[in-house]
Design a protein around this ligand. Structure first.
Ligand SMILES: Nc1nc2c(ncn2[C@@H]2O[C@H](COP(=O)(O)OP(=O)(O)OP(=O)(O)O)[C@@H](O)[C@H]2O)c(=O)[nH]1
Ligand SMILES: [Mg+2]
Length: 418
C-alpha cells in the first residue's frame, strides 16, 4: 500500500515538473527568437523608445516638483494676504474706536492736508532748531554794542552749534566780515538781519520737481543709510501721486530684510497703489527690472523704488546701487529720473558726510530731509543746500502719511525765523 502511495506522488509531481520544464524551454525559445530577430534599426528604435520613456518620466517628475513649489508659494502668498487683511482690519477697527471717542483719523489715502496745517506742523516741528539757532545768535550778541572779534567768535559758535556746518558757517562769517570791513555794517542788531538774509539766500536755491507729464513712467529711486525714513517717505509720496490721480507702482528693492518687503506692501495698501515684491534675498536689480518693465508695459505714471539701507562706507553695497541703475537703464535709458537721497535731520553733521559719499556712488538728483520734527539739528539743511548742488526736494516732519511736503524755501525760512 505504502509503495502505491509513493508511486502515485512521484508520478503526479514528476509529470508536473516535466510540464513546467517544457514550458520554460518553450518560452525561452520564443524570447530568444524575438531578441535574435531584432535588426540594428529595430534595436535603435527600441533604444529611442526607451529614451523617450525616460524623458517623459523626467518631465513628469519636474512637473510634480513645480506643482509642489507653486503650492508652497501660493500658501505663502495666502499667509501674507491674510496678514495684510488682518492689519487692514485692525486699522479699520482702530479708526472706528478712535472715531467713537471723538478723535478723527483720516481714511487712506489721507485727504490733501491744508497748506496752513502743514506750515503749523513744520513750524512747531522745527521749534527746537529755531531755538538753537536764534537763541545761540542772541547769546552771542547779548550786551554787545559793536561788532568786534568776540562777537564774530560768538557768532561762529552759534552757527556751528546749529549744525549749519563749518563750510557754510565760514561763508556766512566772510560775508559779515567783509561788510564790517567796508563799514556797511556796524550795528549789532543789523548783524542779526544780515545773517538771516544770508541764510534765506542760501535756502532759496530751489529746483522744480520733474512732473509726470515730462516723463512716463517717471522712475524715482530712494537711497540712504539705514533707518533714515526711505520706506516711509515712499509711502507718503505714493499717496500724494495717487491723490493727484496718477497710477503708481512700487518696487520693493529692499530684499535684504523680509520685514522691509512687508513694510512697503503695507504702505502700498495705505496709498492704494500696486507693488512688485519678491522674496527676501533676491537680487534687488531683478525687482527693479520687473517693476520698470511692468510700468512701461501697463502704462503706469510713476514707479517708486525702495532700496535697502546701506552704509555709505561699504563699497560693495554702493556698487549694488550702480548695478540697479544700470539695469533700469536697459529699459528706460534716461531713468531713474530722480535718485533721491534720504537724510535724517537728527543725525546733524553726519548727514553732510552721507551726502558727500552717496553723491560719489550715484547721480543724486535730490535730497529728502526727514525727521525735522523735534530735533535741534535741523540747521543741517542750510549746510546741505549750500554745499551741494543737489536740491532739497521734500521735507518730512512726522511719521504720518500727510507729514511730507515738497520743499518750499520761503515756507521753510518763514518757519525758521518767525
Ligand atoms: N519723527 C519722524 N519719524 C519719521 C519720519 N520719517 C520716517 N520716520 C520714522 O523713521 C523710522 C524709520 O523709517 P523707515 O522708513 O523704515 O526707514 P528706512 O530708511 O526705510 O529704513 P531701512 O529700510 O531700515 O533702511 C520709522 O519709524 C518711521 O516712522 C519723519 O519725518 N519724522
Ligand atoms: Mg526701508
Amino acid at each position: 500500500m505504502i509503495f502505491s502511495v509513493i508511486w502515485f506522488v512521484f508520478t503526479v509531481f514528476g509529470s508536473g515538473a516535466l510540464v513546467v520544464g517544457l514550458l520554460f524551454l518553450w518560452t525561452d525559445g520564443q524570447l530568444g527568437e524575438v531578441s535574435e530577430k531584432l535588426t540594428p534599426q529595430q534595436a535603435e528604435l527600441h533604444l529611442a523608445e526607451l529614451e523617450k520613456q525616460r524623458q517623459q518620466e523626467e518631465e513628469a517628475r519636474e512637473r510634480k516638483q513645480r506643482e509642489v513649489q507653486l503650492d508652497r508659494l501660493q500658501q505663502q502668498n495666502e499667509v501674507l494676504q491674510e496678514e495684510i487683511t488682518r492689519k487692514q482690519e485692525e486699522r479699520r477697527q482702530q479708526r472706528t474706536l478712535t472715531k467713537r471717542f471723538g478723535e478723527a483719523i483720516p481714511e487712506a489715502p489721507a485727504p490733501t492736508p491744508e497748506p496752513q496745517k502743514f506750515y503749523e506742523k513744520l513750524r512747531s516741528g522745527i521749534s527746537k532748531t529755531r531755538e538753537q539757532m536764534l537763541g545761540g545768535l542772541s547769546n552771542a550778541l547779548l550786551g554787545k554794542k559793536e561788532i568786534d572779534e568776540e562777537v564774530l567768535e560768538g557768532l561762529e559758535e552759534a552757527l556751528l552749534g546749529a549744525d549749519i556746518g563749518p563750510e557754510t558757517t565760514e561763508q556766512i562769517l566772510e560775508v559779515v566780515t567783509s561788510r564790517v570791513e567796508r563799514q556797511e555794517l556796524r550795528d549789532v542788531n543789523a548783524l542779526r538781519e544780515v545773517i538771516k538774509e544770508e541764510i534765506v539766500r542760501i535756502l532759496h536755491k530751489e529746483v522744480p520737481i520733474p512732473t509726470v507729464v515730462d516723463r512716463k513712467p517717471l522712475v524715482l529711486m530712494f537711497v540712504g543709510v539705514n533707518g533714515v525714513g526711505k520706506t516711509t517717505t515712499i509711502g507718503k509720496i505714493a499717496a500724494q501721486y495717487r491723490r493727484d490721480g496718477h497710477r503708481v507702482l512700487m518696487g520693493a528693492g529692499d530684499t535684504f530684510r523680509a520685514a522691509a518687503i512687508e513694510q512697503l506692501t503695507e504702505w502700498s495698501c495705505r496709498a492704494e497703489c500696486d507693488i512688485i515684491a519678491k522674496s527676501q534675498g533676491v537680487d534687488p536689480s531683478s525687482v527693479m527690472y520687473e517693476a520698470v518693465e511692468k510700468a512701461v508695459r501697463e502704462e503706469y505714471d510713476v514707479v517708486i523704488c525702495d532700496t535697502a539701507g546701506r552704509l555709505h562706507t561699504k563699497k560693495n553695497l554702493m556698487e549694488e546701487l550702480r548695478k540697479m541703475v544700470r539695469v533700469i537703464r536697459k529699459i528706460i535709458p534716461d531713468a531713474p529720473h530722480e535718485v533721491l537721497l534720504v537724510l535724517d535731520a537728527t543725525t546733524g553733521q553726519n548727514a553732510i558726510f552721507q551726502a558727500r559719499e552717496f553723491r560719489e556712488a550715484a547721480d543724486l538728483t535730490g535730497i529728502v530731509m526727514t525727521k525735522l520734527d523735534g530735533t535741534a539739528k535741523g540747521g543741517v539743511i542750510i549746510g546741505i543746500v549750500n554745499e551741494f548742488d543737489i536740491p532739497v526736494r521734500y521735507i518730512g516732519v512726522g511719521e504720518g502719511i500727510e507729514d511730507l511736503r515738497p520743499y518750499d524755501a520761503k515756507q521753510f525760512t518763514d518757519s525758521l525765523f518767525s
